[in-house]
Design a protein around this ligand. Structure first.
Ligand code: SF4
Length: 135
């Protein structure tokens, strides 16, 4: 299923930019919209490309960040991952998108796992989930 999507994406990139590669530089919103228009490319993948390859201030939200964000309260209980990404693109301070993204994933993999290790967590004082479950 992915092979035809990859082929179509490559041909559309070549049609727009004249080669099978994305440009080295670009206008970040235009690139975001172009990548989102490609078949099978979602908002998380798009933001990963723009953040990791271009250094643009976008904030991909994966399953770990989504879980940690809901527990800490910076992602709303009913907020979708897409809405959370659009919000965090803007809210994360300039220059911190990549570092915060990586640190939150690490926290979600090691401490704030699906079954969280709250007793070892330094974020207890800031955490809605911890306050709600430790009453
Ligand atoms: S206190 Fe528990 S739920 Fe809150 S961030 Fe830490 S590990 Fe996650």
């Amino acid at each position: 299923m992915k092979a035809p999507r990859i082929q179509e994406a490559l041909f559309r990139i070549k049609g727009k930019f004249g080669s099978f590669s994305l440009p080295d530089e670009g206008e970040k919103e235009a690139l975001l919209n172009f990548l989102l228009s490609l078949p099978g490319v979602g908002p998380k993948t798009t933001r990963c490309v723009l953040l990791f390859s271009y250094g643009f201030p976008f904030f991909p939200v994966d399953t770990h960040i989504f879980r940690v964000g809901k527990r800490l309260g910076f992602i709303g209980k009913k907020e979708s991952p897409e809405k959370a990404m659009e919000k965090l693109d803007r809210l994360v301070p300039e220059g911190l998108h990549l570092q915060l993204h990586l640190l939150l994933i690490k926290h979600g993999r090691t401490i704030c796992r699906p079954k969280p290790l709250c007793e070892t967590c330094f974020l207890q004082d800031l955490c809605s989930f911890f306050k709600d479950t430790s009453i």
